[in-house]
Ligand binder design. Structure first.
Ligand code: 5GP
Length: 116
């Protein structure tokens, strides 16, 4: 079995995080180094490493991640002002945590790229 990711530890309650949504399949929490006033990570509880590891059977789960992002954008008050959803895959995209996650970023003008 693979080593648990930092996100698996957050989902298991082993390390703290500012959790804004949780159900039996998906957890969402604030990014520890936010790039904007709103920066939330939407994460499947099951550790899928990258987009490349998504299986066809995960389609509903992946779709629900987007629905949760939509609802959180509304909850955070950025649905109308706008936001960006980002998924990094592997080295060229700068993926740091190998546990699939959708970044919900907003609350300011984002420009053409948002990165560290
Ligand atoms: P990636 O580059 O893999 O798409 O993004 C990983 C994100 O996870 C980064 O934005 C980083 O700030 C965030 N992150 C890494 N470790 C932690 C942590 O322990 N807690 C939280 N809340 N976010 C983390």
């Amino acid at each position: 079995m693979n080593e648990p990711t930092v996100f698996s530890k957050i989902i298991a309650g082993e390390i703290p995080a500012d959790i804004v949504y949780r159900d039996e399949e998906i957890t969402a929490f604030r990014d520890i180094q936010p790039l904007a006033p709103v920066h939330i990570l939407i994460v499947p509880n099951q550790a899928i490493a990258t987009v490349n590891d998504i299986e066809d059977a995960d389609a509903e789960l992946i779709g629900r991640m987007w629905c949760i992002a939509r609802d959180l954008a509304k909850q955070e008050g950025i649905a109308e002002s706008g936001y960006r959803l980002v998924v990094n895959c592997n080295a060229d995209a700068g993926q740091e945590v190998f546990h699939l996650h959708l970044h919900l970023i907003g609350g300011r003008k984002l420009g053409s790229s948002v990165s560290r």
